[in-house]
Design a protein around this ligand. Structure first.
Ligand code: HXC
Length: 297
């Protein structure tokens, strides 16, 4: 947890916020993958600050459950069943948003797909599923958002959720790491291309934020490390993140206080990424996870 630290301001109580209450009153925020996990956690922080939400996901029941939870925080919550791989479904979700609450001014691209696999075992379909959801899906929603704002002459803010292995590579995650590298690059390209039209584009990279909706393979790896007492110890900050800490960063990036920040990717990971680059790739855990012994021919 964010424990008190001597000499530094006390950690905020549950539900508290650095931004003034009502910062997002009248603002529509669309979160892909907002029905679960970190997408839902980020959506909650926007809602606490007054935003109306549009949450996209593939599973209707999950979206409805999330709507119950998020609506208690204040604003309106619209749900749209949408596979971001399908541009027609993305267009329909934006149409629904415009009819119900208005064109979203903030887009958080949080939908992603992932599972660990030895690179050489990835089937063409497995590669496509991950790259299509993570990279192409992010592009389809961002394109829809950009086209509508450019046509209307209105400003907007895009946040692409990334991963630090977009820079370092991710052994055991070749598909996801390649897709996240593309997601990060879109930030840099579009911030410049759309900047003159008032559209900000930033990236937000979570470190380790355990949450109940994590994919089974990733969650069980973390639980094993936690059981061995290694999970927090491996983090330079000696702890993992709380999902609300990612939400604080997202609400800052789309706020008026960050209006001059664009084309930037903010890493919220307690320096875990730097530890990995200094200590070298985590060869042993990867080998354990993938069940493959090293050999040299
Ligand atoms: C190997 C797998 C697999 C697995 C799916 N596939 N899961 N291969 N191991 N665990 C293969 C299938 O065999 C199939 O290939 C192809 O992928 C498509 O699978 P489908 O189930 O038909 O596809 P679909 O439902 O479209 O997508 C499945 C999915 C997705 C990609 C697993 O549903 C998903 O990722 N859901 C969880 C969401 C998620 O993980 N979000 C968190 C991202 S975290 P074949 O050849 O058999 O047809 C993140 C940050 C990373 O990205 C940082 C942490 C390290």
């Amino acid at each position: 947890d964010t424990a008190p630290l001597p000499g530094l301001p006390a950690p905020p109580p549950p539900g508290a916020h650095a931004l003034p209450p009502g910062t997002y009153n009248g603002t529509v925020v669309l979160v892909t993958g907002g029905g679960s996990g970190l997408g839902k956690a980020m959506a909650a922080e926007f809602a606490r600050l007054g935003a109306d939400l549009v949450i996209l996901g593939r599973t209707e029941e999950r979206l409805k459950a999330a709507r119950e939870e998020l609506a208690e925080l204040g604003g309106r919550v619209v749900v749209a069943v949408c596979d971001v791989r399908e541009p027609e479904q993305v267009g329909a979700a934006f149409d629904l948003a415009e009819r119900e609450v208005g064109l979203p001014s903030v887009l958080v691209n949080s939908a992603a797909a992932n599972f660990p696999s030895p690179a050489e075992d990835l089937s063409p379909n497995a590669w496509r599923a991950v790259v299509d959801i993570t990279l192409t899906g992010t592009w389809f929603t961002t394109r829809e958002f950009g086209r509508r704002h450019l046509a209307a002459g209105t400003p907007g803010s895009v946040i692409n959720v990334g991963a630090s292995y977009a820079w370092t590579g991710g052994p055991g995650y070749a598909h996801s790491a390649a897709a996240k590298a593309g997601v990060r690059n879109l930030v840099e390209t579009l911030a410049v291309e759309w900047g003159p039209y008032g559209i900000q584009v930033n990236g937000l990279v979570p470190g380790l934020f355990p949450h109940p909706d994590m994919p089974e393979a990733i969650r069980s790896g973390l639980e094993d490390a936690a059981a061995r007492g290694e999970l927090d110890a491996r983090q330079p900050a000696l702890r993992v993140g709380e999902p609300r800490e990612l939400g604080w960063a997202a609400t800052f990036l789309a706020s008026p206080y960050a209006r001059f920040i664009s084309g930037h990717t903010l890493v919220v990971d307690g320096a875990n990424w730097q530890r990995r680059t200094v200590v070298a790739a985590p060869v042993t855990p990867v080998r354990e996870q993938l069940g493959r012994e090293p050999f040299h021919g």
